[in-house]
Design a binder for this molecule. Sequence first.
Ligand SMILES: [Zn+2]
Ligand SMILES: [Zn+2]
Length: 137
Amino acid sequence: MSERLSGRCLCGAVTFTATPVGGMHACHCESCRRISGGVSLSANCGDSVEVSGPLATYDSSDWAERQFCPTCGSGLFWRLKAGGMTMVSVQAFDDPGAFAFEDEIYVDSKPGNYAFAGDRPRLTGAEVEAMYAGGED
Ligand SMILES: [Zn+2]
Ligand SMILES: [Zn+2]
């Protein structure tokens, strides 16, 4: 997928466009579950995100921050502070169904009372952190 897609928060105060790199990733880590109120489904949009409207920022770790609409609270972006990677909530895009479901990460943090059907890579937190030498908090 390389086209520019549009999205917004629930109340519409924040709108954005972005060009996703690849498909959808599910993160079961505690931080994503707490801030999203569910399972975080997101797509990496690199540095392509262009935002219109106010954003609130939560400094969630030494390497990343999370941004959300200050009016309605919609969680929109997970940004690597160093740049190069912005995970955008798939649910904020106008067409969340457009993304292929690529993988699940932090599966060892997933509560046991639900699971996604289907076959795809499922990585533990340690496996993810070994790949990126960082984490997603
Ligand atoms: Zn809003
Ligand atoms: Zn996460």
